[in-house]
Ligand binder design. Sequence first.
Ligand code: NAD
Ligand code: ZN
Length: 259
Amino acid sequence: MTLQNPAMNHDFEKVGALLRQARRVLFITGAGVSAESGIPTFRGATAAFADGLTEDGLAFEEVLSIETLQRNPALSWKYLFKLEQSIRGRAPNAAHRAMAVLQSPGRDIFVATQNIDELHQRAGSRNVFELHGNLRRIICLQCKYTKYWETYASLPLPPCCPLCQSGLRPEVVLYGESLPPAVLAAFSQEQDRGFDLVFSVGTTSLFLYVIEPVLAAARRGVPVVEVNPDITPVSGLADFRFAGPAGGTLAKLAAQLGI
Ligand code: NAD
Ligand code: ZN
C-alpha cells in the first residue's frame, strides 16, 4: 500500500498534523457523508433521482417546493415520506463517528451540513449547523404546534395538526425557501471567529453558502481539504484532495491522531 500510493499516505500524515494543531475545524458536509449509512444521494452514482424526475413526472425540486406543499400537500408529503423512509433506522457511519471523536477540549469541531438525517448528532457531534433543517421536527402551518417524529411510518398522509386541523410540515428547507435565519446567524458568528482548517466532505457544493466558507478559507490562507470520490466546484481550491469514500478516509485521518 505504501509503495503503491506514497503521495496519498503522505497527505494523510500532513492533514493529520494540521488536525493535531488545529483549534477550530469546520466540516462542510453533504449527502455523500451519509451514503455509507445506506442513504442515497440525489445525484451521482447511488442517486435516488438520477434523471431528475419523480415517478409523477415532475422534477424533485417541484414536488418538494413550498408552493406544492401549500397547493397540493398530498403530493409533497408523498415525497417527504420517501425521504423519511430513506433515513429511517439508518445509523451513523465511520465518517460521522470520525468527526465526533475529533472533538476534544482543545479542538472545537463545527459541522455545517446540508443533510437532514441527524446522523452527525447521533454520532455525538455537538456543534452542528443544520443548513437544510431537520426532517423529524414537525410544525403546523398555522399554529404553534410542534412535535418531534422519530418516524413517519404510521402517519395518515397528508397529516393534519391535532390542535387546529391545518396542514403540517417538517422543519426542512423546501425548494423556494431561504435557509433558517437562526442557524445562518449562529454559523456566521463562528465563521467570523475563523477556522484553522476547513473540510468539504461528500457535497457537490452547488450552493453559494457551501462554497463561500471554502472561498473564505482559501482567501485567508486556511488549508482546505476535500473528501469526495468525484471532482466538484471546490476541488480546485483544495490544498488536499482525498478521492475516496468519506468513512474510510476520515477514519484514517482520525487514526493519525491516535483516535
Ligand atoms: P450533494 O450535492 O451533496 O452530492 C452528493 C455528493 O456526495 C457528490 O459530490 C458525490 O460525489 C459525493 N459522494 C457520494 N458518495 C460518497 C462517499 N461515500 N463519500 C464521500 N462523498 C461521496 O447532494 P445531492 O445528493 O445532490 O442532494 C441535494 C441536496 O439534498 C443536498 O442538500 C443534500 O445534502 C440533500 N440530501 C440529504 C440527504 C441526507 O440527509 N442524508 C440525502 C440526499 C440528499
Ligand atoms: Zn395547528
